[in-house]
Design a protein around this ligand. Structure first.
Ligand SMILES: *Cc1c(COP(=O)(O)O)cnc(C)c1O
Length: 388
């Protein structure tokens, strides 16, 4: 049998490889503490689970879901954007709102809607791997935009060569950022809208972390900028906002043509989101939001603990104002991968190498603060044993 060149060309998904390595260590009897993956340890709030259980018992929800997404969910998403960001979204008769089977699904499929072979996607480096891999799968080419600490981990749009801009069809951005923990202010988003307009480039803002923030900080939506909907869409997800990574539900909102293209593409591949999960999402978006500040306070305490520990063992860290991740500069004399191995071999602590997110990630490792408290504290204790 011959597999396609397409499938042979893609690397294994980053976390598949990391999980395998951790599983091998554990099989060998080692008690590995993993700061590797950003997946909330805190359960989904109870009122959301109750609504899911109720909906699961209703036979209406046992049949194929409405392909587009239920009207009550589209309304709930539009209402949430209005309340949270002051952004107005139309959801009928044609829509600026599209529910997704998790935002990763929509991100991956969007590349196929925007790129023909030879077209260029502008992709942040370091960045979430799906932007570049879906570009390659769609036959496009990737132009990496380095995210440098000296520029607040924002891409320097003025540094993109004119020849690249001519072929560029899409700009990917992500704030609050995974993996660097950086946030973007409205001035940056304003610049992005202007840039997109003058070069006729579609913007995809991947924004799953807007509700995971600390010290009272409130991250922005890219759609708050007047005219943003003319040039782009934003991906959001219930995964990180409501600790619902396992339920698989997210959304794309904004530019009508892009939303329509994404729906046309995906409706030929999937049959929608299970309706019980859509109804649980309605409850999440419209019900009591009190679990979010409580969860953020818990994560903020963990952030403070681990940042202090990393600084004490000599790593250079920027305290993130949002997201799950600590982006830490490795000690002199190590590459990212060497330092990851050092932590795994010496203290059985797993972190991810910055280079897993792109070559500009060299010199950094990423730690996620989403482990249960006892495992988290054990990991911090082990890190502190490296104090000189
Ligand atoms: C977690 C994450 C996603 C995907 O979230 P799902 O909605 O669970 O698919 C997308 N982008 C970034 C940057 C993420 O960290």
């Amino acid at each position: 049998m011959n597999l396609s060149k397409r499938i042979d060309s893609i690397p294994p998904y980053l976390f598949v490889a990391i999980n395998k390595k951790i599983a091998e260590k554990r099989a060998a009897g080692e008690d590995v503490v993993s700061f590797a993956i950003g997946d909330p340890d805190i359960p989904t709030p109870e009122h959301i689970i109750s609504s899911l259980c109720r909906a699961a018992r209703d036979p209406v929800n046992h049949r194929y879901p409405e392909t587009y997404g239920m009207p009550e969910l589209c309304r709930a998403i539009a209402g949430w954007y209005k309340t949270r960001f002051g952004v107005s979204l139309e959801w009928e008769p044609t829509s600026e709102v599209l529910p997704l089977i998790g935002s990763k699904e929509g991100i991956g499929h969007m590349s196929f809607c925007l790129l023909d072979p030879g077209d260029v996607a502008l992709v942040p480096d370091p960045g979430y791997p799906v932007y570049s891999v879906s570009t390659l799968l769609a036959g496009g080419e990737v132009h990496y935009m380095p995210l440098l600490e000296s520029n607040g981990f924002l891409p320097d749009l003025d540094a993109i060569p004119a020849g690249v801009l001519k072929k560029a069809k899409v700009l990917w951005i992500c704030y609050p950022n995974n993996p660097t923990g950086a946030v973007a202010e409205l001035a940056f988003f304003e610049k992005v809208v202007k840039f997109a307009r003058s070069h006729d480039i579609a913007v995809c803002h991947d924004a799953p972390y807007t509700e995971v923030a600390y010290d009272g900080y409130r991250p922005h939506s890219f759609l708050e900028i007047p005219g943003a909907k003319d040039v782009g869409i934003e991906f959001h997800s219930l995964s990180k906002t409501y600790n619902m990574t396992g339920w698989r539900i997210g959304m794309a909102v904004g530019n009508r043509r892009m939303i329509d293209a994404l729906f046309r593409f995906k409706s030929n591949l999937d049959s929608g989101i299970p309706q019980a999960i859509q109804l649980a999402a309605v409850e999440a978006l419209t019900g009591n939001q009190g679990d979010i500040p409580a969860r953020n306070m818990k994560l903020q305490n963990r952030r403070d603990k681990i940042v202090e520990a990393l600084e004490r063992i000599g790593l250079k860290v920027n305290k993130p104002r949002a997201g799950f991740y600590i982006w830490a500069g490795v000690p002199q004399g190590y590459t990212s991968v060497q330092y990851v191995s050092e932590l795994l071999d010496r203290i059985a602590v797993a972190v991810t190498p910055g280079t897993g997110y792109g070559k500009t990630g060299e010199g950094y490792v990423r730690l996620s603060i989403t482990q249960p408290d006892d495992r988290f504290d054990e990991g911090v204790r082990r890190l502190l044993t490296l104090r000189k």
